[in-house]
Design a binder for this molecule. Structure first.
Ligand SMILES: Cc1cc2nc3c(=O)[nH]c(=O)nc-3n(C[C@H](O)[C@H](O)[C@H](O)COP(=O)(O)O)c2cc1C
Length: 308
């Protein structure tokens, strides 16, 4: 039997395969397609303090090997999340990590405090990185702000804190270092990459919001690079790898590059059962490779440029 369990800071998961925020709804709607309790964890769509309508449509468009989206954090607010979704989420039989976005630092801290009053959560993931909302969320590009907000959310209660980072920065290691200094149990790498899709005949961007965030297989090499860079620079900081993961091999690439766990995002839109299948195939794949525990693989990628 392969040991699939992993640890990220204070967070222990039964296996390293989770589903990414914004790509799995609030979990309940996915139950016809997948046995949720087999997953290592679920991360529902970002919630904000107040309800948000999000951006007008069109707010998604397919691109080569990818998806560009500008949803704009459409959600019903944290009160609705607590009353309409959390009671169900407590029954899913796996780790539930709430994902929040504040309009400012105080908003993140207030929501983290509210979630600390709720039983049944494994951790809080801070969406420091959504590129589609101009007000308030840009703090993910400022290391001082990231350190401060993570520290204050840690102090808001005992729940572990995961900082989900934007890749749209000059040096993601600097931001990850700040999250680590603030006491993050882990960083999630990465959110979407800012991009643009153009309808040249109309001389207009395709998305109503103009710019969007790129996800899917197109970003996998970029996300792998971010995970490897952060993992090598900050070996004591746990990493969740995210970006274009579509099969068990993709997941294992992130794990050897330095991720202790991974999240499956856009691939779920192609096949809502894909994350469950990756869990199923993980044991067999590792068994065949004579690896007895996922943990022993984490961060084992060696550079071709330095003698081993
Ligand atoms: C339609 C869509 C909506 C998303 N909404 C959120 C969100 O609400 N909060 C969040 O933290 N990330 C959100 N993301 C980002 C994903 O969680 C993930 O970080 C990103 O898509 C990269 O992974 P992937 O290539 O596997 O999709 C969203 C992505 C997509 C495609």
């Amino acid at each position: 039997m392969v040991d699939l369990s992993v640890r990220l800071g204070r967070i222990v998961l039964k296996n390293p395969i989770l589903v990414a925020s914004g790509t799995f709804g609030y979990v309940r709607e996915m139950t016809p397609f997948i046995n949720i309790s087999n997953l290592g964890g679920v991360i529902p769509k970002t919630v904000t303090m107040r309800p948000r309508a999000g951006n007008p449509t069109p707010r998604t468009v397919e691109t080569a090997s990818g998806l560009l989206n500008a949803i704009g954090l459409d959600n019903d607010g944290i009160d609705h999340f607590r009353h309409a979704h959390l009671p169900y989420l407590r029954t899913v039989g796996t780790a539930v990590i709430a994902n929040i976005a504040g309009e400012d630092e105080d908003g993140f801290v207030a929501m983290t405090a509210m979630l600390n009053e709720e039983p049944g959560l494994t951790a809080v993931e801070l969406n420091l990185s959504c590129p589609n909302v101009s007000h308030g969320l840009d703090l993910g590009i400022d290391p001082n702000a990231v350190e401060r907000v993570v520290k204050r959310c840690r102090e808001a209660g005992p729940l572990p804190i995961i900082a989900k980072l934007t890749p749209n920065v000059t040096n993601i290691v600097d931001i990850a270092r700040a999250a680590h200094a603030g006491g993050a149990d882990a960083v999630s790498l990465v959110n979407t990459f800012r991009g643009l899709a153009v309808d040249w005949k109309r001389r207009r961007p395709i998305l109503s919001f103009d710019m969007g965030g790129l996800s899917g297989p197109a970003i996998k090499p970029l996300a792998l690079r971010a995970v490897w860079e952060v993992g090598r620079a900050l070996p004591d900081l746990a990493i969740m790898g995210i970006g274009g993961i579509a099969n068990v091999s993709d997941a294992l690439e992130f794990i050897v590059a330095g991720a202790s766990a991974v999240q499956v995002g856009t691939s779920t839109f192609m096949d809502p059962s894909v994350s469950g299948r990756i869990v199923d195939e993980l044991s067999q794949t590792l068994d065949e490779a004579k690896v007895s525990s996922v943990k022993e693989l984490v961060g084992t990628l060696q550079s071709n440029r330095t003698p081993n």
